[in-house]
Design a protein around this ligand. Structure first.
Ligand SMILES: NC(=O)c1ccc[n+]([C@@H]2O[C@H](COP(=O)([O-])OP(=O)(O)OC[C@H]3O[C@@H](n4cnc5c(N)ncnc54)[C@H](OP(=O)(O)O)[C@@H]3O)[C@@H](O)[C@H]2O)c1
Length: 342
């Protein structure tokens, strides 16, 4: 399965990514058990099919180690040169505390070792408390490590517009910010998308499939009980759907997506991803993969086969606009990590 040229995005002058990134939160243990060998086998299949870009984090269980093992097996089977086709974006999500250069560098060294790389393709930084300004110390040290070559690019995750502006004003070059962005959660369109476009920063979207709820599987289905929500993603995004408009409105959204999907002979998930991929500032959509457990590889590749017309987008927006204004309810991107427990 070869992906078309349109599957790629030139994120930086030296790095092209696949616009559907493989999300590795799903190997953390919070989404059920993962068998390491099966997971790494599956990573090779994703890579070979053109889905070459990975999103992970220091705290996603064995995710960084899986990247290390995957790289080793790829080099063994296809040669060292094949490693140049891999992009692996990890995160650092520290507990608030002192951010000295040795603490920051020590942490980066751990990721380098686990992932078996000489430089991190991208380090995405998260911070829990903006009243604690030590995030600026951390970012200055990270920028230094980038300049020294241990990190190729610096990104963020869940930063809101006001804090992103402070970082940019502080002269720290940022490539991307990873935020929740879906047909249910369109908060990025209120502020941060415009800010990012003005400052040449890209958005990487997550939660675009609401943990799998935004798919054919839940079309026409009764509201899942808490016991049926058996992954951390399903629980997180079910709460988001409840805050947005509830299960009945969500079913209307699925039905509308299904009509569009049927016209294109693709899946509901494809339409949900395509819609976000086409938004300005969005470089890619991260789709979670329960590696070795459940695979949607071929289906997700079909997102590159479709084009949504203006009329189709409007039909979808006619439903999403009936949901509550999540920017007013929760706040800007990432505020759910600072105000609500979602
Ligand atoms: N920065 C942050 O704070 C943050 C937060 C959350 C996530 N993320 C990143 O984003 C990634 C995505 O995770 P997410 O939690 O947002 O989940 P998601 O991508 O919205 O949903 C992933 C789930 O959707 C289902 N799925 C995938 N493709 C499908 C298809 N074509 N048809 C039907 N179902 C499909 C799968 O469910 P089954 O496995 O049940 O089949 C999969 O586990 C994470 O792995 C992580 O890398 C980042």
């Amino acid at each position: 399965m070869a992906l078309p040229e349109s599957s790629r995005f030139q994120l930086t002058p030296d790095m092209s990514i696949c616009r559907v990134l493989n999300g590795m939160w799903q190997v953390s243990g919070a989404h059920g058990p993962i068998e390491p060998n099966a997971a790494v086998d599956s990573m090779l299949a994703y890579h070979d099919s053109g889905l070459t870009t990975w999103d992970l984090a220091d705290h996603y269980g064995p995710a960084e180690d899986f990247i290390g093992q995957f790289r080793q097996r790829l080099a063994d089977s296809q040669g060292q040169a094949a490693l140049r086709q891999v992009q692996a974006f990890t995160k650092w999500v520290p507990r608030p505390g002192p951010m000295t250069s040795s603490i920051v560098e020590g942490r980066i060294d751990v990721s380098l070792k686990r992932m078996n790389v000489e430089a991190l393709d991208m380090l995405q930084f998260h911070w829990w408390d903006y009243d604690d300004p030590r995030y600026l110390d951390a970012l200055h040290h990270l920028a230094q490590l980038r300049d020294e070559g241990k990190i190729r690019h610096l990104g963020l995750t869940n930063f809101d517009t006001a804090t992103l502006e402070k970082i940019i004003d502080g002269g720290i070059g940022i490539v991307s910010n990873q935020v929740q962005y879906s047909l249910v959660d369109l908060r990025p369109e209120v502020q941060i998308s415009q800010f990012c476009q003005a400052h040449d920063i890209r958005l990487l979207a997550y939660g675009t499939l609401c943990g799998g709820l935004l798919s054919d599987k839940y079309l026409g289905q009764p509201e899942p009980t808490p016991g049926e929500l058996n992954t951390a993603s399903l629980r997180k995004y079910k709460q988001m759907i409840d805050t947005w408009g509830g299960w009945d409105l969500f079913q209307e959204l699925l039905t509308t997506l299904d009509v569009v999907a049927t016209q294109h002979d693709v899946s509901v998930a494809n339409v949900a991803v395509r819609f976000v991929l086409d938004r300005p500032a969005v470089a890619g959509v991260i789709v979670g993969a329960r590696l070795g457990v459940a695979e949607h590889l071929k289906d997700n590749a079909r997102v590159f086969d479709i084009y949504l017309s203006e009329e189709e987008r409007e039909r979808i927006q006619a439903v999403t606009s009936r949901g509550r204004d999540l920017f007013a309810v929760i706040g800007d991107c990432g505020d759910e990590y600072r105000r609500l427990i979602i």
